[in-house]
Each structure stands twice: as C-alpha cells, then as structure tokens.
Design a protein around this ligand. Structure first.
Ligand SMILES: *Cc1c(COP(=O)(O)O)cnc(C)c1O
Length: 385
C-alpha cells in the first residue's frame, strides 16, 4: 500500500498557456443562492410527478445494465420521439432524421457555431438578448456582431437586412420568444430575415455567397400565447432555417440537459460531423425518452403556467409598471430608477429574481401560485405605490 498523495492547493507555479482573449474571464452563470423562492432562471417550478420520477428511474436502471457498451451514437429512438412531440405540440411533421439533439440547447448551439462559424466568420444577433451567445462565438473564434431590437423589443426587418448585407454572417440568431424580454417575433419578421439571408452568407468554395443559416431559438416556444406561430411552420420552405428547442423550460427538465433542433437534412449532416462521438449518454437518452412518454402531463402544466404568466402581467400593469408583452415563462417589468435596490429588497425577503435586461428593468420567472404570492407581497413592501 502506498500512502495517499495530497494534490490540494496550487502547489508549484506553472505558466499555463491560456489562449489570448480568455485572460481574466469568469465562467458564465446566474448566482445560485440558497433562497426559499427562486424566480431567477426561468425553470419550471414544479418537480416531476411521482409517475414521471419512477418511470425515469426504471428506464435508467434498464439502461444501466448496458453501460459497458457505448450508447446509440445516432440516438434514433430519441429523435423519433422528439419528432412526435413536435408534431403534437406545433402541428408540424419533422422526420426523425431532421432532428438533432445534444446536452442542452447550449450544446446544440455550440454545434452550429462549430459547423458554420470559425476564424474569419461572423455571427449576428440583436440586443437585448440571451447573454450566452457571445460565448459560443468566442469559443469557436467566430466574430460576434450585434444589432439592436426596437423600443418594444421587436425587430425592424430593414435594420436586420442592412446588418446582414454588411456583415455576410454565417449565422443569424433570432430568439423568439426572446430572453430576457419575453417577446415573440411575428413570422413575417422571421421570413424577412430568411429572405435577406439568402445569398448573404460568407463566400463559398466557388467564390459565390452562401446562404446565412438562420437559427430561431425557441427555448420558450411552448409558452407562446394563442395565435402566435412557431417558426417550425416555415421549415419546409427554408432550407437555411433551423429551430432549436429544449426540455429545460416547458418540460421541467433543466437538470436533464437535453436540447434539440429541427432543420433540413443537409444541415443535420453538418452537425453530425462536429459532434463528439457518443455525446448523448445512454442515461440521458433513457431519461429523456421516459420524460417524453409523459408529454401530456407537461403540456397541461404549461397551460397553467401560461395562465399564471398572463395574470402576473395584468397584476403588474394594474400597479402601473411597464411590462413587456410575454410569450415566455417570465416577465420583464420596470421601470426602476434603482433596480438593484428593488432586486436586493426582494432578496432580503427571500425572493430571488434576475437583475438583467436594459437599465431600469427586472425579470421574474413564473413560479407556483405560492411563489407568485410571495413575490407580489414582497414587491408591494419594497416598492409601495
Ligand atoms: C434557457 C435558455 C436556453 C436553454 O438552454 P439549455 O442548454 O437547453 O438548458 C436556450 N436559449 C435561451 C434563450 C434560454 O433562455
């Protein structure tokens, strides 16, 4: 027996060759504080039901008997079930081969940047939007360019077209419903961007311009209000479009890490090239399949969260707050001269929301009715009107 070696602490000094540009950077992430009411990262507030939990446990146990083998690299069964889910949820039939999945839509997005971005390439988006995107660009050496959303947080198609023509982006990221504003884009705006993207990408091997890939990030797609369409309905006419979804929000499975997208077959083929082999573990595949078997339960839960969201918007407006229209499971509200003081006052009362978005605004996720009651009570104390 050898004695234990203690490897703790910095030990002797080394000059590690950190890539230029990464010096002094911090890992991404909202503060994870231990507070009774967590309304800061847009999770589904309901734990999975007992039936879902036991189905996942059984499926994972079964998968565990085969863990000596590598998993199905093409996750065929999971793609088929995600395809079926999209058909039920949005009425669009996307064949299983046109579905791609990875560990969260974060990784799906990274695959897109790995396939289409890179040195000399540009990706564009429109602020205010999701703050993770610039990190995918940084990590793939892709130039990141941002335009702006209008005062009501929608997108002016002329501004978008102008930016696209000037930068010849390989990727255009549209977030709809947008985070942190909750804004869904009308399909006409998405179509205008798709049209502008044609022949506006970087030069291809023959010297002519490619088509920019348009990514519509629908992480919150299930929460859209009645009459708001999904960009999935545009897929059959636009082979340079891809729509990404996640099980993290509506499905209440943020801890599972499963995101996916729908796209034309050629685009999915490109993503297969850059993924790490066996990126989706057998455990993840088994758990996701089990959760998907309970889709009716999640769809019903989304309906009640949507209703709570609409009630919250109404309550905030009745108090005289500015509130951005929301098609998501969170609400951006304001305006506060000192938003940090309001955020902090809520935190002192055990309610954690997110200090994000343009100056003067705060974002609150939709929680359970009890959590919403705690939030509204705390806000009335912190900001009496
Ligand atoms: C939460 C969120 C995601 C989800 O990421 P996962 O990796 O699937 O958990 C993606 N896009 C936006 C805009 C989000 O807010």
């Amino acid at each position: 027996m050898t004695s234990d070696v203690d490897a703790s602490g910095p030990g002797p000094e080394a000059r590690l060759p950190l890539r230029p540009g990464l010096e002094g950077l911090h890992p991404y992430g909202a503060p994870q504080l231990d507070v009774p009411v967590l309304l800061n990262v847009n999770e589904n507030p309901h734990s999975p039901s007992e039936e879902v939990v036991s189905d996942i446990a059984e499926s994972v146990a079964k998968a565990a008997t085969g863990l000596n083998r590598y998993p199905d690299r093409e996750f065929a069964e999971l793609r088929a079930e995600l395809s079926e889910y999209l058909r039920i949820e949005s009425g669009v039939r996307v064949p299983a081969e046109q579905i791609w999945a990875a560990n969260g839509s974060n990784e799906v997005m990274l695959h897109l940047f790995q396939a289409y971005g890179g040195p000399g390439r540009t990706a564009i988006s429109f602020d205010p939007t999701y703050s993770m995107y610039p990190e995918y660009a940084r990590d793939t050496h892709t130039t990141w360019v941002t335009g702006r959303r209008s005062a009501d947080f929608t997108l002016d198609p002329a501004h978008a077209a102008d930016l696209i023509r000037r930068h010849h982006p390989a990727l255009i990221v549209l977030t709809s419903p947008n985070n942190p504003t909750g804004t869904a884009l009308p399909l006409e705006t998405v179509v205008a961007v798709l049209d502008a993207a044609r022949g506006s990408g970087p030069a291809g091997p023959d010297g002519g311009h490619t088509d920019s890939v348009v990514v519509v990030d629908e992480a919150y797609g299930e929460f859209r209000r009645a009459g708001v369409a999904s960009a999935l309905t545009l897929l059959h006419e636009h082979p340079h479009l891809t729509v990404s979804r996640t099980m993290s929000k509506a499905f209440g499975m943020a801890g599972l890490r499963l995101g996916y997208l729908a796209a034309a077959p050629a685009l999915v083929e490109h993503l297969r090239v850059v993924r790490l082999p066996y990126h989706l573990s057998a455990v993840t595949q088994a758990a996701a399949l089990a959760a998907l078997r309970h889709r009716e339960e999640f769809i019903a839960q989304v309906a009640s969260l949507r209703q709570e969201r609409d009630d919250l918007v109404e309550w905030l407006r009745a108090r005289g707050h500015a509130v951005a229209d929301s098609d998501a499971n969170f609400v951006l509200f304001g305006m506060f001269e000192d938003r940090h003081a309001v955020w902090n006052g809520l935190l002192e009362r055990g309610v954690l929301i997110r200090e994000t978005g343009p100056a003067g605004w705060l974002r609150v996720s939709v929680g359970t009715p009890q959590e919403m009651a705690a939030f509204t009570a705390a806000l009335q104390e912190v900001d009496p009107r």
